[in-house]
Write a protein that binds this ligand. Structure first.
Ligand SMILES: [Zn+2]
Length: 138
């Protein structure tokens, strides 16, 4: 679904593509299964001009903006970030019709993990899935 998130269509669970951590029901928001770091935006976007001289420095005001970083509790991979007003709950950025996804992949008769190989590095398949065992021929 993203570089670091997949949906297991058999179990209908959100999983980490790096460590297979289970983030929860794929019919819901994966962010509920993540660790959240509520960042002061000034840590990310430091003032460009002197804050002693100017009221507005091109650095976000933490009274109006927070940066939420979402991490996998299994491997500490940063899954997502978002900018929200202070106190705003995490947004829902993906809701999927799991039955429809499953039907589409069944119609293709292809393993989605073979067909879609983008992810955390070229060797994501090696880290997330056991390669098919091929007999050694002599
Ligand atoms: Zn992980």
């Amino acid at each position: 679904m993203t570089e670091y998130l997949l949906i297991d269509l058999d179990t209908e669970r959100w999983l980490c593509r790096v460590c297979d951590n289970d983030f929860g029901d794929a019919n819901g928001n994966y962010k509920e299964g993540t660790l959240v770091y509520d960042r002061d935006p000034r840590e990310i976007h430091q003032p460009i001009i002197d804050p002693e001289k100017y009221e507005f420095t091109f650095s976000p005001d933490p009274a109006y903006c927070r940066i939420l970083e979402f991490y996998c509790p299994g491997c500490a991979t940063q899954i997502e970030t978002e900018y929200v007003p202070p106190g705003h709950p995490p947004t829902v950025d993906m809701l999927w019709d799991i039955a429809s996804l499953r039907a589409q992949w069944e119609q293709r008769a292809t393993d989605p993990m073979v067909a879609i190989t983008y992810g955390p590095g070229e060797d994501v398949q090696r880290h997330t899935h056991t390669p098919p065992q091929t007999p050694i021929s002599r």
